[in-house]
Write a protein that binds this ligand. Structure first.
Ligand code: NAP
Length: 437
């Protein structure tokens, strides 16, 4: 934890945690204040009368991806998390004009490390690689009417950049087909109904799919039917799209092969896509390159192919292949007393309710181990009492929950003037000044 780190006591939890305890009053240390942590703590505190929980967070503000991940126009689902993104591993990936979804989302959500991203939105066509909900979030933010965004907690600086954006066409490309898209129906419907925006889906991509999904699970069937219905709609048929100045569309069976540079090599001008055929069927179908390629011109490339957790500490086992801490029901393998929840436990998938249930399962494992005597409860531990002394001896001033409440109040007050729920402070130094550190 750096000088800007934070610690809260009492009720909350994070992604991973060590447990020490007195026979009667177990102390739980939670590292990370995202949704997984809070849900784990909630369950522990609810089902163990004496449990005490300390939550540690590296930033001066809590809530992880609830604050920094979820799209600003989705306040009702504020949640999901992991600290890195998967990389494409293709030539040109580092050219200016190419951004990871994680950085882009962090930018419009005021994540301090991404506040200076300053994405170049001077081109007309953007290509988003990936067919997940994050890809749809980004497409929506790029194409939303500013009046809708103004009422959200999107940062002022991203709002100003979006106001000058020239982007009017967004393609979302997936390496597999319509039956394998990872986004969900609510998010797709929202995109289809985005005012002033026209969906462009090619009916040929959906030939025969109505029959193919007849016996598919209901969510997949409904999602596919919505795509088919949209593809068959004539331009301008829906009220929301009358006189649409902006467009978005889905491209299937295209796997990114290379980001192409402009003639002067200074930035991205497009992406060469390998066309694919599907081997197998349903969710597990594999995309195999056919040998044919296609170049898609675009000045902005956003790679949205999933998040990835990072190793926490050399002492904590980590499966780099799967990007998770190896565990069984949240119990970290080979490390008694250490538990994990959230994306670091199961990988970067699922919505808030998935994380909630998953965190309750981990908390349940802790409670079972406490009751079953699996944890050493003979030694009393001081928890934050001890950690606080170490921090003081190193000259570190942690941010407390009441400090955060001051930051929160300041953000809400700043937002009020502009009719927003809050104006996030994006500079940690400014946060620390505000609380007198
Ligand atoms: P995701 O759902 O896992 O989607 C990742 C997409 O990237 C998939 O289409 C995947 O295709 C593609 N992909 C992965 N590796 C690739 C590669 N090497 N080359 C080309 N394409 C590749 O990830 P996400 O969109 O980041 O979302 C993460 C989780 O957060 C999901 O569970 C999502 O539902 C959730 N979320 C929810 C909301 C919401 O509730 N509104 C909003 C945002 C995110 P393949 O299927 O072929 O691998």
């Amino acid at each position: 934890m750096g000088p800007g780190g934070a610690c809260w006591r009492g009720g909350g939890a994070g992604a991973r945690r060590w447990l020490s305890s007195r026979a009667s009053a177990p102390r739980v240390c939670v590292v990370g204040s995202g949704p997984a942590g809070f849900y784990t703590a909630q369950h522990l505190l609810k089902h163990h009368d004496l449990a005490q929980v300390d939550i540690y967070e590296k930033l001066p503000v809590p809530f992880g991806l609830v604050r920094f991940g979820v799209a600003p126009d989705h306040p009702e689902v504020k949640s999901y998390g992991a600290e890195d993104n998967r990389i494409l591993g293709i030539p040109g990936e580092n050219l200016p004009g190419v951004y990871s979804a994680r950085a882009f989302v962090g930018w419009y959500n005021g994540l301090p490390e991404n506040r200076d991203l300053n994405p170049d939105l001077s081109c007309e066509t953007a290509l988003i690689l990936g067919h997940g909900n994050v890809a749809l979030d980004i497409a929506r933010i790029l194409l939303s009417p500013l009046d809708l965004l103004r009422k959200t907690d999107i940062t002022d600086c991203s709002l100003a950049a979006l106001a000058c954006s020239k982007v009017k066409r967004v393609w979302l490309a997936g390496r597999r087909g319509p039956l394998q898209v990872a986004f969900t129906i609510k998010e797709l419907r929202e995109m289809i109904n985005l005012p002033g925006t026209q969906p462009v889906l090619n009916p040929a991509d959906f030939t025969g799919l109505e029959n193919a999904v007849k016996d598919a699970p209901r969510p997949r069937k409904r999602l596919t039917e919505l795509m088919i219905k949209t593809a068959l709609q004539k331009p301008g048929e829906m009220a929301a799209q009358a006189a649409a100045a902006r467009q978005w569309g889905l491209k299937f069976q295209r796997s990114p092969q290379e980001v192409l540079p402009t003639a002067d090599g200074r930035r991205a001008r497009g992406v060469r896509m390998a066309l694919t055929r599907l081997e197998g069927s349903g969710e597990s179908a594999k995309a195999i390159p056919t040998g044919d390629v296609e170049e898609l011109e675009c000045g902005l490339v956003l790679s949205s192919i999933g998040y990835r957790s990072l190793p926490l500490d050399p002492a904590v086992p980590f499966d780099t292949q799967r990007g998770i801490i190896p565990n069984s029901m949240g119990r970290v393998e080979g490390a008694p007393g250490l538990y994990c929840s959230g994306w670091v436990k199961r990988g970067p998938t699922g919505v808030i309710i998935t994380t909630m249930n998953d965190s309750f399962d981990t908390a349940q494992s802790v409670l079972e181990d406490l009751r079953g005597g699996m944890l050493d409860v003979s030694v009393s531990r001081e928890g934050f009492g001890a950690v606080g002394s170490i921090l003081r001896s190193r000259g570190v001033r942690p941010v407390s929950f009441s400090d955060w409440e001051k930051i929160d109040a300041a953000e809400v007050a700043r937002g009020k003037a502009a009719g927003k729920p809050r104006e996030k402070i994006v500079d940690p130094q400014e946060m620390l000044q505000l609380i007198g550190h």
